[in-house]
Design a protein around this ligand. Structure first.
Ligand code: GLY
Length: 429
């Protein structure tokens, strides 16, 4: 089977690595990929951007691709699945009508309200005066979100009314996030602990991924600006069996059934970012229409089942015939980022020292994200550069092994959080 993976980040390296382990997969093409995907056995990068749907379609037709997996959201929201479906090219992901769940925060809130899915109170605005009046009527802190896609940066937690009003003004004027911010969602802030709930959906049936949590803040102790994620681990001890069931019943199934009822069945990875409050009740913070990054790295390191087979089963609407086997150990990934991330432009082209296949064992893996090959060496090529991931019998052991990997790698201006996994370590709770 010939597989195409769309994207070039850490999640796509993890997907590629996992797909290469399948006896059914003969070749994996990654568009555009990174230095890590290029080095996987069976895999090669192709020079097509992750959002260039026309070229991806042409490539898939020419190369007779049997299965396409899409990592990032932009192509999904832009309708890559609709276009592949039209050409009868197998692709695992949601069509544009369902990918709106991530593509429009206002749509997601209205969908949740319609289907009784627990989420914070909110208002949707395109008019500044109405937004300001609403903000003044709600308690701070509160959350202001750009309606459209904003590369993971469109969610601002405002500590007071003045900051919320300022943020709303900047978004609505187009000054911040361009057209993506011309409509906004203003949402009540929910206290609690956040977890990622990711599953595969075939339109009707759901197969849950192992539980996970990521660290969205840049700095130690979950401080500083939001990022795409500075590290993640699986399982997430906060999501016990009872909570797992509650999330399925209150959030995942109503979402899947809601789309089925409206005639656009959800097929693909579905990611609910949930806030678990003091009563252990889950509330949806956001939906993503794709796998998480960096959650994919530790989750896929624990997956013992054949990912390609699961995707094909989903396309045949047969996920109910499958289960997923998981390594019972903990996997933990630490993101190595380039100076400036996530606020400023990051230096690209810095040679990375210490990367070597000899670092890697069946329980330790360095997934690449913003890297490329340059003059025979691996150089930086983005904000999140690598994710050092390891398995361990305990969270502490997985953490130790991941940081052992981290300490062998360096480039000028590299930085990382030193506390990934702290919430899951027993003595903290
Ligand atoms: N780790 C958060 C995300 O994938 O959006």
């Amino acid at each position: 089977m010939r597989v195409l993976v769309v994207g070039g980040g850490g999640r796509e390296h993890a997907l590629t690595w996992k797909l290469c382990q399948s006896a059914r997969v003969s070749q994996v093409f990654v568009a555009p990929g990174n230095a890590g995907t290029a080095a996987e056995p069976k895999a090669s990068n192709i020079e097509i951007g992750a959002e260039d749907i026309a070229k991806l379609l042409e490539f898939a037709k020419q190369e007779k691709i049997d299965l396409t997996l899409v990592g990032p959201e932009a192509a999904l929201v832009a309708g890559i699945v609709d276009q592949f479906d039209d050409q009868r090219l197998p692709i695992f992901g949601p069509v544009a009508a369902t990918a709106r769940l991530e593509g429009s925060k206002a749509f997601a809130k209205q969908f949740m309200q319609k289907h009784g899915i627990p989420t914070a109170g909110y208002g949707v605005f395109s008019d500044y005066t109405e937004a300001r009046d609403y903000i003044e009527s709600r308690p701070a802190p509160m959350v202001v979100k750009a309606d459209g896609l904003a590369a993971g940066k469109g969610v601002i937690i405002a500590q007071d009314h003045a900051q919320a009003i300022d943020t709303a003004q900047q978004m609505l004027s187009g000054e911040r996030f361009g057209d993506a911010g011309r409509s906004i969602v203003v949402e009540d802030f929910i206290e609690g602990e956040e977890a990622s709930f990711i599953c595969m959906v075939d339109g009707q049936n759901v197969l849950s991924m192992a539980t996970s949590q990521d660290h969205k803040k840049r700095d130690v102790g979950d401080a500083g600006p939001n990022t795409g994620g500075m590290g993640a681990y699986s399982p997430a001890p906060i999501v016990d069996e009872a909570l797992h069931q509650r999330i399925l019943e209150k959030i995942i199934y109503p979402t899947v059934h809601g789309f089925a009822e409206q005639g656009s069945p959800y097929i693909g990875f579905l990611y609910a970012g949930v806030m678990i409050d003091a009563q252990a009740d889950p509330h949806v913070l956001e939906f993503n229409c794709r796998f998480g990054d960096p959650e994919a790295q530790p989750i896929l390191m624990r997956m013992q089942s054949d990912l390609a087979e699961l995707c094909l089963a989903a396309l045949d609407r047969q996920l109910d015939q499958h289960t997923i086997q998981w390594d019972t150990r903990t996997a933990l990934g630490v993101v190595l980022a380039a100076g400036g991330y996530p606020l400023d432009a990051c230096e690209k082209g810095a040679p990375i020292q210490g990367l070597s296949r000899s670092l890697e064992t069946p329980t330790r893996k360095v997934f690449h994200a913003g890297t490329r090959e340059g003059n025979g060496e691996v150089v930086t090529n983005g904000g999140r550069v690598l994710c050092a991931t390891a398995l361990g019998d305990t969270v502490r052991e997985a953490q130790q092994h991941a940081y052992d990997l981290v300490k062998k790698i360096s480039w000028p201006q590299m930085f990382y959080r030193t506390d990934i996994g702290y919430r899951a370590i027993d003595d903290h709770r």
